[in-house]
Design a protein around this ligand. Structure first.
Ligand SMILES: Cc1cc2nc3c(=O)[nH]c(=O)nc-3n(C[C@H](O)[C@H](O)[C@H](O)COP(=O)(O)OP(=O)(O)OC[C@H]3O[C@@H](n4cnc5c(N)ncnc54)[C@H](O)[C@@H]3O)c2cc1C
Length: 386
């Protein structure tokens, strides 16, 4: 048990109890059917944990990023997958920080109660990838509405969400002085949207992650659904990045602890050549090393969260936490797979499922290279690459 395990027991214990109702069998069956863990997400919503970051005045938990990160860590540490619902925690911040009073009063209490699901955000496009300022989806103002045309890819949970944040270009790239200008964020009502010019196509993928291609064809959004100032949407999205990095780091740390605990137990019990395999240092040391790296990443997560909650700039720490945690969970996953030998490949042990799930964090929501680029250029001040 780490020092932080003891520190947040009032959050850890009830989340552990909730997660215990959704064991390996549950996640395996959802995964087998390529389904969505509706019952789990409902339980997390009904218990109020998913609304941890929504201020109490809007019916949420009014908690900090530290506590929110502990909640998501516990979900992954219990063998679950926060990826099914984590976005509600961090994209809600865009509405909270940049939304108008009317927007906040209209939506936040309903998101907090679970009456409305804000689980989806649409940034990535097939032709532009990580080069976000070049996105081609366009929103053109026409009286009291915007008309949207374009295409998005990898838009997760769109078929299990009522609302979605959309980043679109409102001023052509050629007409702005800075490439990050002229982008805007909209709150899209997904209910009935397929009848109004939005087509969604699911993408089958390596993890059981509900994610989609979206096609906007003269899709109308009421002008009142613009969040913040027109043309300043990129900033609104960037503002939420630190929270996202810290929460994703916590999920990786949860995975890292899950993998090392599985490895530790199996290595201590599995007997080959008349002794537990963990007695062989060739088996034991990779697990010990992975644990050390998970612990180190965990400290960086709490440091980033502490700064974030104190309102102190934490771009460096949030990015470091995400980088270290994603690497540590992947290392722990590999060590676990190797420890289990052939049985690691059998679905009933959950290792192969979690192995695939934790691999995603090297790529999404932000790829490791982009974090290294942030550290190299923005933290260390080396020449810019793009
Ligand atoms: C399962 C899943 C769910 C996702 N959910 C969402 C979602 O809900 N909403 C959303 O908007 N997006 C989502 N994404 C998209 C995700 O954020 C992107 O896949 C990710 O940011 C990488 O973008 P890309 O795939 O276009 O890679 P590309 O931009 O095409 O890059 C490919 C590789 O090259 C590297 N690379 C590119 N340029 C450079 C450079 N200059 N220097 C160094 N390396 C470079 C990248 O890091 C990456 O490893 C999801 C992706 C997946 C796989």
């Amino acid at each position: 048990m780490t020092i932080h395990d003891r520190a947040y027991l009032e959050f850890r214990e009830p989340v552990r109890e909730l997660c215990a109702r959704f064991g390996g069998d549950y996640w395996q069956s959802v995964s087998r059917e390529n389904g969505y863990p509706t019952e789990f997400v409902k339980a997390l919503t009904d218990s109020g944990w998913l609304a941890a970051l929504i201020p109490a005045e809007y019916g949420g938990g009014g908690l900090g990023i530290t506590e929110a990160s502990v909640i998501l860590e516990e979900v992954n540490r219990a063998g679950g997958n926060s990826g099914a619902c984590h976005a509600q925690m961090y994209i809600m911040g865009t509405l909270l920080r940049h939304g108008s009073t009317e927007q906040k009063e209209k939506y936040l209490p309903q998101i907090a109660s679970g009456a409305l699901r804000l689980q989806s955000f649409a940034v990535t496009e097939p032709t532009t990838g990580t080069d976000t300022t070049k996105i081609k989806t366009v929103a053109k103002k026409d009286g009291d509405r915007y008309i949207v045309n374009g295409q998005k890819v990898w838009i997760s949970r769109a078929q299990h969400s009522d609302l979605m944040l959309l980043l679109a270009r409102t001023t052509p790239l050629a007409d702005v002085t800075r490439r990050s200008h002229g982008l805007s964020v909209f709150l899209v009502d997904l209910r009935g949207a397929e009848k109004r010019g939005l087509t969604m196509r699911g993408i089958r993928n390596m993890v059981n992650h509900e994610t989609n291609e979206l096609f906007f064809n003269d899709f109308e959004i009421p002008a009142e659904n613009l969040i913040g100032t027109e043309g300043e949407g990129f900033r609104c999205i960037l503002d939420g990045m630190n929270a996202e990095r810290i929460l994703i780091a916590a999920e990786c740390i949860g995975d890292g602890y899950w993998f090392t605990e599985k490895s530790r137990k199996y290595a201590s019990e599995r007997v080959v050549f008349d002794r537990p395999i963990g007695q062989n240092q060739g088996v034991q040391f990779p697990i010990a090393r992975a644990y050390a790296n998970v612990r180190a990443a965990d400290l960086m997560r709490f440091e980033a969260a502490r700064l974030y909650d104190a309102g102190i700039p934490c771009g460096e720490e949030a990015n470091l936490a995400k980088l270290l945690a994603a690497d540590a969970s992947w290392e722990a996953a590999n060590a676990c797979m190797q420890t289990f030998g052939g049985f690691g490949f059998a679905s009933e042990y959950d290792i192969e499922r979690k192995f695939r799930e934790t691999r995603l964090y090297q790529v999404a929501p932000i790829s490791t290279n982009m974090i290294l680029s942030y550290i190299g250029e923005h933290v260390l001040g080396m020449p810019r690459s793009f």
